[in-house]
Design a protein around this ligand. Structure first.
Ligand SMILES: Cc1cc2nc3c(=O)[nH]c(=O)nc-3n(C[C@H](O)[C@H](O)[C@H](O)COP(=O)(O)O)c2cc1C
Length: 232
């Protein structure tokens, strides 16, 4: 039997309106100002122009993250901003070596592994800015039991997602774009070592930032009717 919660078909799903698309060349950076158009216009970008991003815009994007809701207002996240090619390369090499081990363990052939590693490395080096989003749990409440402690940490992760979305939307509204890479979540210790970060930081996501090289293909969305399980 089909699980009504899990089933997904693209047929009939509403494609979000892409407010600005360009047929050729670099993506159009004129952006909408209404919140709903910004939410629908944001997209994951994986290829960037080499054009640098002014620090003041990067800080505007990070500042938006600070306004996200968080458990007890603790803001349990920290940002590591990388722009220098040699540092980005060091991170890419360290994460790449770990990913290679995992892909080989999965039984992928050498040629496929080499292509995937090369693409991932290129993605990190091509993006003018990388924002490593880390969880920082030191200010959270402490509980004697595992259940409450786990709930506390889950709240911190939920809040990290809210902070990330604030950044993605702000970047988009400023004519920039971002992309989310989950790689650090799979090798947090390697990332901490490669970047010589404090052990209290738990790397969760790498957000690429820059001016899109081209408009990416849009992902469709499930219709709302599939997602509302009950509305009494
Ligand atoms: C927690 C999380 C992890 C993700 N990890 C990756 C990733 O490792 N690589 C990638 O290309 N996109 C990643 N994405 C982006 C999703 O693929 C993307 O958001 C989704 O396909 C919808 O497309 P859109 O963002 O363009 O609307 C991630 C998104 C989230 C929220």
């Amino acid at each position: 039997m089909t699980d009504p919660i899990r089933s997904h078909t693209d047929a009939g799903s509403a494609e979000p309106a892409a407010p600005h698309t360009s047929a050729v060349g670099a993506a159009d950076t004129a952006r909408p100002t209404s919140l709903s158009a910004i939410i629908r216009g944001r997209r994951s970008v994986r290829h960037y122009q080499s054009r640098p991003v002014p620090r003041e815009l990067v800080e505007q994007i990070l500042d938006a993250a600070t306004w996200a809701p968080s458990p007890h207002g603790a803001q349990p996240w920290r940002f590591v901003v990388l722009t220098r090619p040699e540092v980005k390369a060091r991170l890419a090499d360290a994460m790449g070596a770990d990913w290679q081990r995992n892909l080989e363990m999965d039984g992928q052939d050498a040629a496929t592994v080499a292509i995937r590693l090369q693409k991932s490395r290129q993605r990190l080096l091509e993006a003018p800015v990388l924002v490593l989003l880390c969880l920082y749990l030191e200010d959270l409440d402490r509980y004697p039991d595992v259940q409450r402690q786990m709930a506390e940490e889950t709240m911190a992760v939920q809040s990290l997602g809210a902070a990330a979305q604030n950044m993605l939307l702000t970047a988009y509204s400023l004519g920039l774009d971002m992309g989310w890479m989950c790689a650090p979540l799979f090798c947090p210790d390697i990332v901490v070592t490669a970047l010589d970060l404090p052990r209290t930081l738990k790397p969760h996501a790498l957000l690429t930032l820059g001016y899109a090289a081209r408009d990416p293909k849009r992902r469709s969305r499930r219709p709302l009717s599939q997602l509302i399980i009950r509305y009494d």
